[in-house]
Design a protein around this ligand. Structure first.
Ligand code: BES
Ligand code: ZN
Length: 454
């Protein structure tokens, strides 16, 4: 891979300029006003893939945002790597907290600052450029297929159906993606577990209009009071979730496994300081590493209702609503958990209010195989570039489509992410450290090389 390395070095500035063009497209999948931008981002990827030298690249229409598919096939005697990534990004609010425009990427403090700089435009783009380098230098050792979607941040609604319909086209030996993080730049890691998710929008409806809180207070169930107390009932003082049956299928890991994941370095003081909190919080009896990686959680992502503008307004609101997400772990099933949640949440509502529950999305947890030839190849590549063997990392995040790939296509994934926790994904001031961008470009070709040799 000597020529590939040289090519990357010589073309680094151009790669960054192209990435900046990609990032500048505000492809926010949850925002219905961004439909054209979704198409533009997909088109950008298709052109980049063509310029990188794929045999063909196409935009596949779905009921949602388009999927970009491309391939470069050398022959039947080569292994096939299927690259996955997403071109959609999260919304940017609160905008006033950004130090620079989220869609005008800039380099400061050795990082790229913009929405999508890491998640997942920056990380996805390294795969196109690593491929371009190997391909143009005649050092590509494997067949490659690319599949980029524009709905990951809203639950990948179109992709699993599309995979089912395109099983033959997507035949591959392994799926490779960079949409996760490492523990730190000097603690290289490969993600071995992702949590599942079940996400709901709940609404408590009371009177048919906002009421005077003096004239009606005391005789009408206030939807905000009710919602707050229902939410409080979802967890107990030990940080356990109270939904009946919730823990029934949670995999209780062996002491040996728990000790092994807990041996990964975790500096609690640094962690607290990095996010400005004074104490960590969570389920009694589990360490921070376990709470985040192998235990399920329930969090409110948003809450609204009543009067929130300037000054005081004395009302009993007509309704209140909240967004509730549960992160799930092996072997929980999100469909079953969803049913249990809906049943329980309705059962704790008092008389006098109506409860509406809408499921926004969900997905199953994923456990990687850390003995497979592909995992070993990834581990060797990371060791070469970072100078240390990677630690298996049980991440708290979710990429629900990864378990669908396993179910629909029968292919396991390698989660070779280059993000860092300081990248602030989903937050204001998202960034991607340039040294990690460089290391991704170095690691990916080595993965191809080692995997081809297995
Ligand atoms: N890239 C993240 C997931 C991630 C980040 C996993 C870091 C592990 C480490 C992905 O884009 C994401 O944010 N996924 C959503 C999924 C959800 C919307 C279904 C998530 O985890 O909230
Ligand atoms: Zn994300």
């Amino acid at each position: 891979m000597i020529k590939t390395r040289q090519y990357i070095k010589e073309n680094k500035i151009r790669f960054l300029n192209e990435l900046f063009e990609f990032i500048a497209i505000p492809s926010i999948s949850s925002d219905s006003r961004c439909k054209t931008e979704m198409i533009n981002a997909a088109e950008f990827l298709r052109e980049s893939l063509i310029n990188a030298g794929v045999d063909r690249a196409e935009i596949c229409q779905t009921n949602g945002n388009p999927i970009v598919y491309a391939e470069r096939i050398l022959g039947d005697n080569c292994k096939t790597i299927l690259i996955y990534g997403h071109y959609d990004v999260m919304p940017t609010e609160p905008l006033n907290e950004w130090k620079s425009d989220p869609f005008k990427p800039e380099i400061r403090d050795d990082a790229i600052w913009a929405r999508g700089a890491d998640d997942d435009k920056g990380q996805s783009f390294t795969h196109i450029k690593a491929f371009e380098a190997m391909n143009k230098c005649g050092e590509l050792p494997c067949n490659v297929k690319f599949m980029f979607e524009g709905e990951e941040e809203i639950g990948s609604g179109s992709l699993s159906g599309w995979c089912k319909e395109n099983k033959d086209k997507l035949k591959a030996d392994v799926i490779l993606l960079s949409d996760t993080s490492m523990m730190d730049e000097d603690i290289p890691s490969i993600t071995c577990g992702l949590r599942g998710i079940a996400y709901f929008d709940v609404k408590v409806k009371g009177p048919n209009r906002d009421l005077h809180s003096g004239l009606y207070g005391g005789v009408v169930a206030n939807p905000i009071n009710v919602l707050a107390s229902m939410i409080a009932k979802l967890t107990d003082d030990n940080g356990k979730i109270t939904i009946p049956g919730f823990y029934d299928s949670v995999n209780e890991f062996s002491d040996e496994f728990r000790a092994s994941i807990n041996s990964a370095p975790f500096n609690e003081e640094e962690f607290k300081q990095s996010i400005g909190i004074t104490a960590i919080y969570g389920e009694y009896g589990y360490t921070a590493i376990e709470r985040r990686g192998i235990r399920p959680t329930l969090d409110l992502c948003g809450i609204s209702g009543g009067y929130t503008s300037e000054g005081a307004k004395t009302i009993i609101p007509s309704y209140a609503s909240a967004k509730i997400s549960m992160r799930l772990v092996a072997n929980q099933n999100y469909e079953k958990i969803s049913e249990e949640f809906v049943k329980y949440f309705k059962s704790i509502a008092p008389e006098g209010v109506q409860v509406e529950i809408v499921s926004l999305h969900g997905g199953q947890p994923y456990m990687a195989d850390h003995n497979s030839p592909a995992y070993i190849a990834a581990s060797e590549a990371v060791t070469d570039v970072f100078g240390k063997a990677p630690v298996p990392f049980y991440s708290g995040g979710s990429i629900p489509i990864i378990s669908s790939f396993e179910k629909e296509l029968g292919i396991k994934s390698i989660l070779l992410g280059f993000g860092l926790s300081s990248d602030a994904i989903h937050s204001p001031n998202e960034n991607f450290r340039l040294s990690m961008f460089d290391k991704a470009l170095e690691t990916i070709p080595l993965f191809y090389k080692y995997y081809a040799e297995k």
